[in-house]
Design a protein around this ligand. Sequence first.
Ligand code: FAD
Length: 490
Amino acid sequence: MPQQKAVIIGAGIAGIASAIRLAVKGYAVEFYEANSYPGGKLSEIEQDGYRFDAGPSLFTMPQYVDELFKLAGKNPADYFTYQKLEVVCKYFYEDGTQLSAYADTQQFAEEIENKTGEPAASVIKHLANSSDIYSITNHVFLERSLHRLKTFLRWDTIRSILRFPKIDPFRTLHKANSSGFKDARVVQFFDRYATYNGSDPYQAPATLNVIPHLEHHFGAYFPDGGMYSITQSLVKLAEELGVKFNYHYKVDEIVVINGVAKGIRAKGENILADLVVSNMDVWFTYKRLLGKYPKLHPQKILSQERSSSALIFYWGIKKQFPELNLHNIFFSADYKAEFDHIWKQQNIYNYPTVYLNISSKYKTDDAPAGCENWFVMINVPANNGQDWDKLITDAKQNIISKLSKILDEDISQLIVSESILDPRSIESKTSSYKGSIYGTSSNNQFAAFLRHANQSSKVAGLYFCGGSVHPGGGIPLCLLSAKIVSEMMI
Ligand code: FAD
């Protein structure tokens, strides 16, 4: 049989993982990527002697990356290395409480008890519940297609469905956490996990209590070459497998003839293929690349609420702060007000929770000697045409005053280099509709079922991977979407 050809639209992390899996299966794979670089959100920027990972900073489930090297018969450590974090994140509360989220369950539970008075046993019980939710959901919601009958005929799926009430889909995350803990700081700590997929703890189902299991059971890691080395190492592997990367190549259309995807159209040319994988946000895939065929558009899925977005300041800081860690959270005093601003008022709270990532803590050459590279991020609404310039100016002032107060240092005097990423630039740099980071939100219990499938039900030979489709956003789930796509092509 002649070699089959696959074209992939967009070289985000899910596209790259799909390419590797398809190349291993014997396909000839070609990328068409609009940017001049691979990785999409998982890319890097350099400015004034500082290096920053542009988007993701928290790395969990490294086994999904390793799996790709093993699949290709390679030793992962020859390409990509990482280390486990003893402290996942350091937390600062407005009342002066500071706590370290140790990866080790017992140590973490004791830290919570020592700093907040919440019994360690409650934390252990909560993490055991996270583990149960994981064991029920990972077969059904994460590792397989939700859109194939055979998923539901498997014994492990049936067993999971029988245990379904345990995943707690009918209470909100906040309600479940408030009933499990007495201390408001601990409730806030566990509520924050809703933001890991761009959702609101006051609306999202308590099923999201699965997320702490990823950090406190599987662990959080730092890639030795920074987050961008995930992209770089996988691109290297893909190239070794013969995958061809075409950059500066914006795809304009998916060519469909008689209900079959026949290739793509880019730069005024038809590029034929046996199958097409879109790693582009599914909303734009339909609106831009299949705009000619409105009857193919799954209206209900495309009208889902989008996830939140982010505002990031990449600051070169001319000082080092030993009291800070790789990951740091500075909580707001009123979490409910913060999320009401994001989700109801569609603007930014004046006293937001601030996430500060400093990769130079581990990768020292990311900043000049004696300095640090600060990736300063707050959660913000998706882009609905807000006056972002004004919101950003105000947010910057509020963030600086918050960090200056807690760190007892005028931060504004230490910023020697700056660039900014906001929902508008996230949208324009990666074609993510409204600048949403994780595709659709998980603010209701049906969200998992309403994510777009990994294969078109109307166009043969058209597949979808990435953060806007099943099973969801974030690096681990994007890598799983690639696995599901490749398994569909058997
Ligand atoms: P994307 O990264 O969305 O890339 C899509 C690619 O398609 C882009 O390169 C784009 O240029 C290309 N493209 C689009 N349209 C076309 C076209 N018409 N023609 C050709 N090419 C096209 N995840 C975590 O796991 N941990 C984190 O800590 C974390 N933090 C985040 C922080 C920020 C600020 C952001 C933005 C994201 C974060 N995420 C995090 C989410 C994670 O980055 C994404 O879920 C993941 O990287 C998305 O990958 P993807 O495969 O969907 O593709």
